[in-house]
Design a protein around this ligand. Structure first.
Ligand code: ARG
Length: 579
């Protein structure tokens, strides 16, 4: 179903073209102020200039050749030559009635279905997940849901850090303390990690043993591999528990860690050499990409093999690109990773293109995000300077949500406080705008007012309660069975709500276009605000409301409820029916 603004834009373009004899872009936008109607364009100003006539005259000529009477009130000519468009209530009512019967709420499926490999979460073995991994996990999961909703085939890849020299000291430290990985949980492993590092820094003999242990691991020594496998398996189980707590769509089957590419690395580096892309520099094998310069202007290397013979993070990512394109048949690659890895991905993509592993037809995007700060604006750390484990943060948010429910006298069920607490954390993260840093302030996140997750959930729950009272089953049933027809949009607040409902497809499109979930967050906040305005000014079930108005408003509520639920689901946020 074509949205009104697309239709108006197309007709404006045709009218403009007839006037000037060449293609024009009306750039129809949502109006900046309510008194300018719903949409506005400055096309007449540009046409006036082009034809050398007064812009208001150009606007009149444009209007003479434009028929939008099926969608809008007569367009208004404002100021120096702006055209303002206000949708007719009949059009809005018809639109909402139509999407009421549409699973997708007016959102079209992508014209070309892509196979998209989505790299997100990526925690490191033997270390607890921290807020940085929260961002990747939450943003990546929301993007995966939106891309899937658009009809794409999303292949999730959890590129966990399960390889590297740190495993030498971890395994040696376990031997020194007579510990077995299988007996440890992830918190104990993280503590072990810290002791191993101190030991490594302070004891040259231990450091030597650790290095030898790395060699044994790389050479495939069975006992060493067995310890390593246990470290990985305990960690992956712990990550899985966090994913379940968060309600994200990642499973153990999506894990494709760094170690998975080990066997491919020697061959890969050889191929780079054959392609003539490799330069030896201080004993390391590097690729120099044109245009990559250091601060002092000297060429910046990407190291694929270190001077000690070990392969690095970049080599692994090159192998991953090759696997994703060659074996997973990706049409598009997306990486949801910290902004600090920008140079790394720029280099990896550049080398992969030069080597022919990443065809120009396959876009590769680094979806970058900023840091999570504490309330004093510092990177989020606990008092002893350690990273705060993610599980602990989520528990704090859940406790805060339980307190909120207790305050409201709501029966505090576990699943409810979890939905609210986790939803609050996710929404705060997603709505912040991903490239910016944001402050993790549990109290502000878990609040019923302001631009928060609970505010949106509350708008949804209120609609559920209204629909429940109108019928006699759960809200979702009412929506499905009631004849949903919007007929009257007389009150500005209900007209406003109907209008905002027509904007859902645009919000989804914007999110797909920019890979910025905050676009969808902003829309849902707007919708929740329209719902609460409607609630205040438009009685539905109260005595004295005539049956036609009541039914029309119920229909509007049903569509608003479904749009909120769908939008929250696309963000990975649960929408409880009561709160
Ligand atoms: N494990 C890395 C970290 O914690 C992130 C990995 C990102 N993904 C990738 N393909 N390099 O920083």
């Amino acid at each position: 179903m074509q949205s009104a603004d697309h239709l108006i834009n197309a007709r404006l373009a045709a009218a403009g073209e007839r006037l000037v004899g060449s293609t024009v872009d009306p750039e129809l936008r949502e109006a900046t102020r309510p008194e300018f109607g719903d949409f506005q364009t400055s096309l007449a100003l540009r046409i006036g200039k082009q034809l050398g006539i007064a812009p208001r005259l150009a606007a009149q000529k444009l209007l003479a050749g434009l028929d939008v009477s099926d969608l809008c009130e007569p367009p208004e000519l404002a100021g120096p030559g702006f055209l303002n468009f206000t949708l007719k209530p009949e059009y809005l009512a018809g639109y909402v009635t139509e999407i009421a019967a549409d699973e997708r709420l007016g959102v079209p499926t992508a014209p070309v279905k892509q196979r998209i490999v989505l790299d997100y979460s990526q925690p490191n073995v033997a270390k607890e997940m921290h807020v940085g991994h929260l961002r990747s996990t939450v943003i990546g999961d929301a993007l995966g849901r939106v891309l899937e909703f658009a009809g794409h085939d999303v292949v999730r890849q959890n590129h966990i850090g399960d390889w590297g020299t740190q495993f030498g000291m971890l395994i040696e430290q376990m031997l020194a303390e007579d510990l077995r990985a299988a007996d440890l949980d992830l918190a104990e492993m993280s503590a072990l990690y810290r002791r191993a590092r101190r030991h490594f820094d302070g004891d040259p003999l231990f450091a030597t043993r650790s290095r030898e242990r790395v060699v044994a691991l790389q050479a495939g020594d069975e006992a060493t591999l067995a310890s390593w496998r246990q470290l990985v398996s305990v960690s992956v189980n712990a990550f899985d528990a966090v994913y379940r707590q968060l309600g994200v769509r990642l499973t153990a089957a999506d894990v494709m860690g760094e170690s998975a590419y080990n066997d491919d690395l020697p061959r890969l580096v050889e191929e780079l050499a054959e392609l003539g892309l490799l330069t030896e520099s201080n004993g390391a094998s590097c690729v120099f990409n044109p245009g990559f310069l250091g601060r002092d202007g000297s060429p910046l290397p990407m190291i694929v093999r270190k001077s000690d013979g070990g392969f690095g993070y970049s080599a692994t990512d090159l192998a991953a690109v090759r696997y994703r394109v060659g074996r997973l048949h990706a049409d598009r690659l997306i990486y949801v990773v910290d902004v600090r890895q920008t140079l790394h991905f720029d280099q990896v993509f550049a080398v992969a293109r030069r080597a022919g592993w990443l065809p120009e037809s396959v876009p590769a995007e680094h979806v970058r995000f900023g840091s999570v700060l504490d309330e004093s604006g510092q990177p989020f750390k606990s008092r002893d300077g350690e990273v705060v484990p993610l599980g602990e943060l989520l528990r704090i948010a859940q406790d805060e949500a339980a307190a909120l429910l207790a305050d409201r006298g709501t029966n505090n069920r576990d699943d409810l406080s979890r939905a609210i607490g986790i939803g609050a954390v996710k929404y705060a993260d997603l709505s912040a705008g991903r490239s910016r840093d944001y402050v993790f302030a549990v109290h502000r996140m878990v609040a019923l007012d302001g631009n928060t997750g609970p505010y949106l959930q509350y708008a949804h729950a209120r609609l559920c309660s209204l629909l429940r009272r109108a019928g006699d089953g759960p809200a979702a049933t009412v929506t499905a069975t009631a004849t949903v027809t919007v007929t009257t949009l007389t009150e500005p607040a209900e007209r406003r709500l109907a209008y905002v409902l027509t904007r859902f497809p645009a919000a989804v499109a914007e999110t797909l276009q920019t890979l910025e979930p905050h676009q969808l967050c902003g829309y849902l906040y707007r919708l929740a605000t329209a719902v609460s305005g409607f609630y205040q000014r438009c009685p539905v079930l109260q005595v004295g409301v005539d049956p036609a108005t009541r039914d029309s408003r119920l229909a509007l509520c049903a569509v608003a409820r479904r749009t909120l639920a769908r939008g929250l689901d696309l963000l990975g946020i649960v929408a409880p029916e009561t709160m």
